[in-house]
Write a protein that binds this ligand. Structure first.
Ligand code: NAP
Length: 247
């Protein structure tokens, strides 16, 4: 039986989550990644096969408690150990000016990005508490610190996430568990591909490092926080944004 550590990354099918999955595999973790559909789970399985990644792809809708419970049961059936590292990465945007935002845009973003933190972290922190060791890393956003017009819903979730991590960090610190955020700036993924070229140029012009980031930039920060080298860091937010926002 392998005694490799296990890392669970929600939303690992593409973008930042996929980069995290690949980097954690390079760091010798068994990598468990999730997608929302059969198609995206299959494409993740292919990524694992093509890159020789030791791990498994699972179906997960973080909006559903039943789906989270199934994920936990499936992992427990497949592995003798529970995840040592949980990366709460899956998230959505659904932008609109506040005055035009409808209830669904507001509620769906809160459900996906923030209520899911409660569901997923709660079920996976319990075995970490028993083991007296673990890492929870949540992917927030630079806009949690700066605000962003058109994203009142998203920014509410991403700044809530930072408060969540600080509070949980205080509760579980004596159990050897750290809880931190990585806060990306603008990173080239499907999420930011919704922006047109002129919006991207405007964003890049405001970034001291003059370009948008790469998903690997975020993955490396996550790998650091997951490592033993970061064992005395908790309740922190690591900003990775090319200088766009400085604490
Ligand atoms: P992305 O390319 O849009 O990928 C989103 C991932 O989340 C996909 O794997 C998707 O699965 C999954 N997902 C979506 N809804 C889900 C649900 N209900 N249940 C479970 N999984 C779900 O996003 P990204 O740009 O990589 O962003 C990853 C994280 O970084 C997000 O939390 C985002 O807010 C944050 N972030 C991104 C940026 C950026 O510039 N890109 C900046 C700051 C923060 P499917 O493939 O199956 O749909």
């Amino acid at each position: 039986m392998s005694n490799k550590k296990i890392a669970l990354i929600t939303g690992a099918t593409r973008g930042i989550g996929l980069a995290i999955a690949k980097d954690m595999a390079k760091n010798d973790y068994v990598v468990l990644g999730t997608g929302t559909s059969e198609k995206s789970v299959n494409s993740l399985k292919e990524e694992f096969e093509n890159h020789n990644i030791d791990g498994k792809a699972y179906m997960l809708d973080i909006k559903s408690q039943e789906s989270v419970n199934n994920l936990f049961d499936n992992i427990s059936a497949d592995y003798s150990n529970t995840p040592d590292v949980l990366v709460n990465n899956a998230g959505i945007t659904n932008d609109n000016l506040f005055i035009r935002m409808d209830d669904n845009q507001w509620l769906d973003t809160i459900e996906t990005n923030i209520n899911s933190l409660y569901r997923v972290s709660k079920i996976f922190v319990k075995p970490m508490i028993k083991k007296r060791k673990g890492r929870i890393i949540c992917i927030s956003s630079v806009v949690a610190s700066t605000g962003n017009a058109g994203q009142t819903n998203y920014v509410t979730t991403k700044s809530g996430m930072i408060g969540f991590c600080k509070s949980l960090a205080k509760e579980v610190a004596t159990r050897g568990i750290t809880v931190n955020c990585v806060s990306p700036g603008f990173i080239e993924t499907d999420m930011t591909n919704k922006l047109n070229d002129s919006q991207k140029e405007q964003i890049s012009n405001n970034i001291p490092m003059t370009s948008m980031g790469n998903p690997d930039d975020i993955a490396f920060a996550v790998s650091f926080l997951a490592s033993d080298k970061a064992s005395y860091i908790t309740g922190e937010t690591l900003n990775v944004n090319g200088g766009l926002f400085m604490q």
